[in-house]
Design a protein around this ligand. Structure first.
Ligand code: GAP
Length: 457
């Protein structure tokens, strides 16, 4: 057992450094000097990110039967962005500093740093020479087709939601749904953010998990409250501490152009309380706008009662990268064990990239290696497991701790005598002996049952 209380000194630098050293996330295009706030995911990052997406899709489409999945194109007809209001209104106010030549969000000057030393907020000293704010559209523009001159201007989607709205009629008819029902989509979105930063928190290319839930207008408020609770519950179910989550309702002047009410689920990142996911009541804004612009009626007609109406939309919209960052921050822990520091990720087993490690105590022992490899081959048929026979056992454990592997099975001298192995628990460090043939069932069980976040607050 750990013989010291854990410290809770997680900083963004520690997360960036762990993510880098263990191959979760790399700065993008690094050999060319990188590309500001752009990241590539390495092996463990991909596995963990895929787990986040799989748990979300499971909760949306597998554990309930009122939501269907969709995967729409990233580049849509430009009329979509006209109708949605993004061409006109998806802007941030921007100011340039004529002195330091940097650009800032006019509404974030307090949190920005001037480019000159000693660094102050833009506008804080007389030397700052800021332009008047002007509106800057965050959508990335590109051209469709090979000829630049004749090609149509198109945009990389800044949210996945619009691909859902323009498919409303398809789903309504072909999936034979009636409100309340939802359409869920995960995919890349792009925003030319003026001030990206804080690692994965704000990037220009990111993944979203969005679900549009279509409801009778009179039920909108009730479903809005329902989805706030539901989404909070999803984060705590997968290990985020309740004390690090809070709901913040938007002030009227903060609301997006489409919103009748928005609440952010905020997480206590090392940068302070910040948005993890937004839940919005979009009213009938989107379906009405697309009906008006396309001429296609996007409404629900009840064939029995003859009633027709434009459903309201409740939208839980989260970021995959921002969620992964919250999972990493929340799981990060340091403690002293027998006089040595241990760094670990206390990730929920179903979010952890690797579920178990199989470790022959003495890598060079032929007998241990044979048994260990056989166990590894058996376990990897169902789960992502790792085999590691290199270096001292303590170092191998520490490596697995840092990538958040919840279980380790160690094959030793005794295994050769009685076919038992040591099972090591990442969080408690408890070790117990179990029969080697029970390892697979143990792992299945452990991954299926509810998991308790180790108490750390
Ligand atoms: N369809 C509504 C919508 O897009 P949003 O609050 O702008 O709402 C939803 O985005 C979520 O997408 C955010 O809560 C955040 O998790 C994620 N997100 C938005 N911009 C991001 C960025 N630049 N980098 C990383 N994640 C971002």
């Amino acid at each position: 057992m750990a013989d010291q209380p854990e410290t809770d000194a997680v900083t963004m630098d520690k997360i960036v450094s762990l993510a880098r050293r263990r191959g979760f996330v790399f700065p993008s295009s690094e050999i060319y000097g990188g590309l500001g706030s752009s990241y590539d995911y390495g092996h463990y990052g991909v596995l963990a990110k895929n787990n986040v997406k799989a748990r979300w899709l499971e909760a949306m489409t597998q554990e309930r039967d009122d939501i269907v999945a969709l995967d729409s194109a990233i580049i849509l007809n430009t009329s979509v962005w006209e109708a949605s209001g993004h061409l006109e209104g998806f802007t941030d106010p921007l100011v340039d500093c004529r002195t330091c030549k940097l650009r800032f969000r006019a509404d974030h000057l307090e949190e920005s740093q001037c480019g000159r030393k000693p660094s102050k907020h833009p506008g804080a000293t007389e030397e700052c020479d800021l332009t008047e704010p002007r509106q800057f559209n965050l959508m990335f523009e590109t051209h469709l087709g090979p000829m630049h001159e004749t090609a149509g201007n198109v945009y990389l989607r800044p949210e996945t939601a619009q691909g859902i709205f323009v498919n409303f009629k398809n789903v309504l008819q072909l999936a034979r749904r009636k409100p309340p029902f939802g359409i869920a989509q995960i995919g890349k979105s792009f925003r030319n953010e003026i001030t990206p930063g804080n690692f994965l928190f704000r990037t220009r290319e990111f993944e979203q998990m969005e679900m549009e839930y279509f409801v009778p207008p009179a039920e909108a408020e009730q479903w809005y409250r329902y989805w706030i609770e539901e989404r909070l519950g999803w984060y705590t179910r997968y290990g985020i501490r309740h004390s690090r989550l809070r709901v913040r309702e938007h002030e009227p002047d903060e609301l997006s152009h489409y919103s009748r009410g928005t609440s952010d689920i905020e997480y206590l990142y090392p940068i302070g309380w910040s948005e993890l996911e937004g839940i919005a009541n979009r009213g009938d804004f989107d379906l009405s706008a697309h009906t008006a612009h396309s001429g296609t009626k996007l409404e629900f007609v009840d064939t029995q009662s003859g009633e027709r109406y434009t459903p309201y939309v409740i939208e839980p919209a989260g970021g995959v990268d921002r969620a992964l960052l919250a999972f990493l921050v929340d799981a990060y822990d340091e403690e002293e064990v027998a006089g040595r520091q241990r760094v670990l990720l206390r990730l929920h087993p179903r979010i952890a990239p690797v579920k178990a490690a199989v470790l022959p105590l003495i890598g060079k022992s032929e007998g241990m290696a044979v048994k260990a490899r056989a166990l590894y081959e058996e376990l990897r048929r169902h789960e992502v497991v790792e085999y590691d026979d290199s270096g001292a056992i303590g170092r191998r454990y520490r490596r697995q701790d840092e990538i958040g592997t919840p279980f380790a099975f160690t094959i030793d001298e005794q295994t050769l005598e009685d076919d038992t192995i040591t099972l090591r628990d990442r969080d408690s460090l408890a070790q117990e002996r179990i029969p080697i043939e029970g390892a697979s069932a143990y792992l299945d069980d452990a991954l299926a049952k509810p998991w308790q976040t180790p108490k750390r607050d």
